[in-house]
Design a protein around this ligand. Structure first.
Ligand code: COA
Length: 257
């Protein structure tokens, strides 16, 4: 499909989605959220793609938040719908994909931008990136999962402080708090993420999906993550990947998944 606000690039075993509204610091308007949904779906269904990298175009922003222009005149009902639809189409969708998603945070990741990075499975920031949830300065709270995913990553106390102050933190502080996995020099961000993608793509894609599902189960209401793990672990034994992985080990060769 043709996209207006999103670019997709294909490499060896991974695909990169680039949010492409640099003049608006890649702010997430309705159209961009819908296109991102389609782009993630497309790469998730593409057998050639083992890992998805998501980043922002230009050198200033990953995403500077939800598009404020679009919701400035909203009322209560429209606000609820905005949050629900966004979570379904993009943030929960990304978090529950069967393929690993790496967020390459190349500048401001604010509001919905940080929420998109947090919905991804792994976060890598360049050393100049700035992250925050500034919604309270607009009379709002984070509405794309930020009040839930930030405490999961940094703990309740730090999340309270970040959300209440609405201030931006540096990449180094984000690393200290456990908000990002790695911080790398600006010019090395994409190559570092590609290196990670390469390492991940040597492993079984089926096991990858099972691991994501099991880890996510720990954070779902009313779901026993240990039971999910038992189920997913058992299912792996019925796959071709398991046969190939164990055969390769016993034959002292690299597996071919
Ligand atoms: N929604 C809509 N437009 C946005 C935006 C957002 N979240 N963030 C940035 N933009 C637009 C600006 O309006 C501006 O557009 P214009 O040139 O047509 O006026 C353009 O992007 C560049 O931003 P600008 O504010 O001029 O850049 P800056 O370097 O002075 O400041 C930020 C950068 C990120 C600090 C500032 O843009 C900002 O605070 N953005 C909003 C962050 C936010 O509150 N996000 C949460 C939303 S819920």
């Amino acid at each position: 499909m043709g996209y207006r606000n999103v670019l997709i690039e294909f490499d060896d075993d991974w695909g990169t989605i680039i949010i492409n509204r640099p003049k608006k610091l890649n702010a997430l308007n309705k159209e961009t959220i819908a296109e991102l949904h389609m782009a993630f779906k497309e790469l998730n269904e593409d057998d050639e793609v083992r890992v998805i990298i998501i980043t922002g175009s230009g050198d200033r922003a990953f995403v500077a938040g939800a598009d404020i222009d679009e919701f400035a005149d909203f009322d209560k009902d429209k606000g609820k719908k905005l949050s629900k639809k966004g979570q379904e189409l993009l943030f929960d969708f990304v978090s529950n994909l069967k393929k690993p998603v790496i967020a390459a945070i190349n500048g401001f990741a604010l509001g919905g931008g940080l929420e998109l990075a947090m919905a991804s499975h792994i976060r890598v920031a360049c050393d100049t990136a700035k992250m925050g949830l500034p919604e309270v300065s607009l009379g709002l709270i984070p509405g794309y999962g930020g009040t839930q995913r930030l405490p999961q990553l940094v703990g309740k106390g730090k999340a309270m402080e970040m959300i209440m102050t609405g201030t931006m933190i540096s990449a180094d502080d984000a690393l200290k708090f456990g908000l990002v996995n790695h911080v790398v020099p600006e010019g090395e961000l994409i190559s570092f993420c590609e290196g990670l993608a390469k390492k991940i793509s040597r492993n079984s894609p089926i096991a990858m999906g099972a691991a994501i599902k099991s880890i996510n189960a720990n954070f779902e209401d009313g779901v026993n993550g240990f039971k999910t793990e038992i189920e997913e672990f058992g299912n792996c034994f019925g796959t071709e990947d398991f046969k190939e992985g164990t055969a390769a080990f016993l034959e002292k060769r690299k597996p071919s998944f």
